[in-house]
Design a protein around this ligand. Sequence first.
Ligand SMILES: [Mg+2]
Length: 483
Amino acid sequence: MVLKNRLTIERLFYYTEKKGKASGFFMDETIFTLRSWPRAILHIDGDAFFTSCEEAIHPEFRGRPIITGGERGIVACASYAAKALGIRRGVALHEARRICPALVVLPSDYETYSLFSKRMFDILRRFTPQVEEYSIDEAFADLTGMRRPLRASYEAIAMKIQETIAREMGITVSAGLGITKVLAKVASKHRKPAGFTAIPGRSIAAYLKGLPVEKIWGIGPATTDYLGKMGIFTALEFARLPEQRVRGLLTKPGVETWQELRGESVYPVLPEAKSVYASIGKTKTFAPPTSDREYLFAHLLRNLESACIKARRYDLAPRRIAAFLKKQDFDMDEAEARFNRPSAHPLELAGLLRGLFDRLFRPRDLYRATGVVLLDLVQDTPVQYSLFEDPLKAEKVRGLYEAVDSMAGKYGKHTLHLGGSHPLDVRGKGRRGAPTIREQTLLFGETSRKHLGLPLFQAESAPSRPLRHPTDPRKHAGKDAVG
Ligand SMILES: [Mg+2]
């Protein structure tokens, strides 16, 4: 398929070079490939996702300028009404309030946003099993071959998905349909919010014409500058460059982006549940600050238990953990340990965590937060236990945690936990401010005692995005870069 496409492209793609400066000439300006849908890839992108979730839960906020991120003093997400006033992500809260005194400021409620995210992905999976959860509010879905079973055109399927999400969840998403992932992304950005854009193979050139290169997914500022120096400013000019030239100029990701822009699919939709985590972190801030040794350790151990639950859900296990204690003055102390084999079983890691805690803890300091980060995550396949270990014991622990997870599914998270984290259940977890909206909200299937346990999705180390420090606790509060 790929080869055939390429031949089609090359036959139509005539190129002349004038005085070393790039300029293209086509027999037919509009055609990259003759076929409209050699494959159909859909990109779904939530519109102002966090605030849209809030508006779905709170009809009274609908259409009003609202922002989330109140707990951090910076705008994490601004509703379209707030955006219209010039309030954008990253703006300081006091500045946002100055622009709009009537602004509704909400704390981030990542648990609710994750729940919406999961529901959105589940809706997509009704139409195709080939769904890639790309971020908390973005997904790719490969619809290729679904026209016959769903008895609809690709465009109709895409619009049906969009309509289902709007009806069932009360939020809008923008959708883009293309013959590659990069083109699907170009399409979903074309019209927002609630937009739908389809770029069939025949229309690629028309959509790339007005698109600046820096807007292309995967093209960073350095490449933009580099291409700019050669007089290449639009996606179309870039896509028209001859293969030899591109291979000579750019590294592999650049070449791949170029191929994808031309309609040659090199990035597959990866339907596995998201398992490419750089790290998994759990933190807990509590009030009032405390210097109670056992209570603090209980929090840290619960952080470890929560992080391990998530790791096990994705069949991952860390080789390294980091623990940190945050003091009242926001100073943070951190310690790390590496294990001889990966494990996502708190029973095996608790001793190590205790050691880290003892290194960090100063009885005279007051602490306001604890956190654990699982690092160097690997696929948790049955491992060769070392000679110095009791393999039977390790297998017993694994079996035990299978039981723990199945109990959690029935009776709620942390139904079975280590004795060391028990003080939390006796003395309470500590609160900072009012309970979150998610804590006060009962969704379908939930009771006041049982809230559905859902994962917090986190930023993965996508190639074009800079990785934040793996133990930066802000990162582990969830992904906040949402447009
Ligand atoms: Mg978005």
